[in-house]
Design a protein around this ligand. Structure first.
Ligand code: ATP
Length: 267
């Protein structure tokens, strides 16, 4: 069953300097099935975040449609939960309060929402930190809290915009592995934007490769890696290398310096 359907999506912005219309994305179409992890990759500035922001309902499309569980999207809604690159947390609320906020807004009774918040905090490895405040957590822990907060709302689609981009490389590997574990146990539907080819392949069931602006879907690459996944075993699989090479080839095929060169090269 398709959870998220993007059809012929188009977005044109007015250029800040010239005022001329610039087409960022043009006729982008793809779907994400229920319980599937799909990443979107493309040259820098091709419109990945624009697609995510339209799906989130933060930005209005110039054309095309987005629907979640068959219902058209016309603005933000609780059916879509967003994990941002910077931690959009409530600094005045405790860790528990941050996670319980969504269920509270949806009218979940207090004992139940505290239990649910604890369940998701345990899931992301923040059990025992319930009464801390966001500023008392490391960047990686804040990002885990962002994930727990979205998961506790049980959205139809979880949207993640480069959530690990500002985290150091070693912590990032651990967070990616933990996110995979969470995905494998809870099977949320995930739409993930990244610059990192290895990250996209490691996490995803499919990778949508966008072309340079005005971007279109260049190819949707299946990731034939078994689950559960761990970094040490995944990177040793020929399928991992082959998929990374395929995605890199698609990106390199763009043939322009300010495009493919900005994508994180795989080792
Ligand atoms: N609010 C805006 N007004 C004008 N132009 C915009 C706006 N937002 C995005 N753009 C332009 O649309 C294009 C796509 O931007 P977007 O941020 O979606 O790309 P991206 O692929 O996510 O970029 P990056 O790889 O740098 O994260 C860029 O050329 C950008 O300058």
């Amino acid at each position: 069953m398709t959870a998220l359907e993007i059809k012929a999506l188009r977005k044109a912005y007015a250029d800040d300097y010239s005022g001329e219309e610039v087409t960022a994305i043009d006729e982008v179409s793809f779907g994400v099935r229920k319980g599937e992890f799909v990443s979107v990759l493309g040259p820098s500035g091709c419109g990945k975040t624009t697609v995510l922001n339209i799906v989130a309902g933060f930005v209005e499309a110039s054309g095309g449609t987005v629907s979640v569980d068959g219902a058209p999207v016309h603005g933000p809604g609780p059916d879509r939960g967003v994990v941002f690159q910077s931690h959009a947390l409530f600094p005045w609320k405790t860790v528990l309060g941050n996670v319980a906020f969504g269920p509270r807004m949806r009218g979940v009774p207090k004992p139940e929402r505290a239990a649910r918040a604890r369940e998701f905090l345990d899931l992301v490895g923040l059990g025992g930190f319930e009464h801390r405040y966001p500023h008392e957590l490391s960047g990686g822990m804040q990002q885990r809290l962002g994930v727990a907060r979205v998961l506790a709302n049980e959205p139809a689609v979880m949207l993640m915009d480069e959530p690990f981009a500002s985290i150091d490389a070693q912590t990032r590997r651990k967070l990616q592995e933990d996110l995979t574990g969470i995905f494998e146990s809870r099977r949320p539907t995930v739409f993930f934007v990244t610059h990192d080819v290895d990250e996209a392949v490691f996490l995803s069931d499919r990778v949508v490769v966008l072309s340079r602006r005005p971007s279109r879907v260049r190819e949707i690459v299946d990731v034939p890696l078994p689950r559960p996944r761990r970094w040490d075993t995944a990177v040793a699989l020929p399928e991992f290398r082959a998929t990374v090479e395929r995605v890199n080839a698609l990106l390199a095929g763009e043939g322009d310096e300010d495009g493919a060169a900005e994508v994180v090269a795989s080792s």
